[in-house]
Design a protein around this ligand. Sequence first.
Ligand code: GDD
Ligand code: MN
Length: 385
Amino acid sequence: MKIVVILPTYNEKENVEKLIPLLIEKIFPKVKNHQMHLLVVDDNSPDGTGAVVEEFMKKWKSIELLKGTKNGLGAAYVRGMHYAMESMKADAVMEFDADFQHDPEDIPHLIHAMDEGADYVIGSRYVKGGGIPKEWGIHRKIISRFGGLFAQVMLMRFDVHDMTSGYKLTKTSFLKNVDLDHLFSKYYAYKLHILHDILKQKAKVSEVPIIFYERKEGSSKITRKDLFDSFWVVIRLRIQDSQKFLKFLVVGGFGFIINAIILKILSDNYNWNHSSANLVGAGVAIFSNYNFNNIWTFNEQKVSRISSYLWKLLQFYATSAFGVIFIQTGTIWIGDHLIGAGVLHIGPLAIKYYLIYFVLGTGLLLIWNFFIYSKLIWKKKKIEK
Ligand code: GDD
Ligand code: MN
């Protein structure tokens, strides 16, 4: 594999003077089975970091320098990643800080995890063997842990312990499917968006313990704004992921209204018996749900060929009926038989138990329907790797 270590720098002169020779002479030679390259992304640092790198480039051919204007850490990484993938033809890229807070000695460990089969390796502070600076005050520790927990909950990934680490190794076969030019942040939170988009592709993740050291030279460029930016990015990712489900609820709610109106008109104006009236109402509602889900909720997987349209419609009726009979009605039946009838008093409210079974059954029905729609009827095609 060709591995490109991307090193973003802004005023890191003292650090790169030591770091680059260390990487080229000591660390990279330890990796025997891959070609190692270094790509420095410097935003015209006023302290002359770029000139130092250019001096080293005369001596070592495996270094490249990408210059640009300062637009945020995420923007710098995006430029670097495009360059590494398109011009350098990298098979994997590493995100690595230039300030010695990331221990260069861990680089071979991350690569080893990829050799063992991982597609996405996270240098993790929050697994056994990992750690954060002892010097960090209690409130900095709490912010880091709470922020990570918030991201874990919102993105529903409890198997990933360090969501905000800046030490990563990513296969470009996964990274190339990420829309780098439309990330929700150009700053530090870029990494949460990329993490989310890589996890979405079912990449095999491995966390390698790292100790995150205190900075010795220069200063951190992270600000309080980045904290809020990170929360906001996570919230936007959550909304984006829930959009399908919200549309599905709107379509279902509309179907429910159609069902109720038909039931009422046929019963009151045409004297139908209620069961037949409801059967017609539900039948029409299901037809409406199918079409709106097809053109709106799952429009990316829309079926339009007449034969598959009819076949999927049949599946839709069958799975909907299964859900109503076995899951929704079944829950009420189980509730009646296992717990029985009764009344729940909450303050002035008196709720009959069967209504609770109904609400529970309907909740399960929604989950069932959503599952079947996304996994069977409007199943996503596999993205090629
Ligand atoms: N080119 C460029 N442009 N580089 C930048 C910029 C920028 O706008 N901002 C920061 N960098 C470079 C720094 O020079 C350094 O090499 C690296 O990015 C990390 O920046 P720091 O400012 O030292 O970040 P930090 O130590 O506060 O944050 C680190 O730890 C966090 C976890 O606590 C980073 O690794 C974060 O990614 C990580 O989330
Ligand atoms: Mn740092």
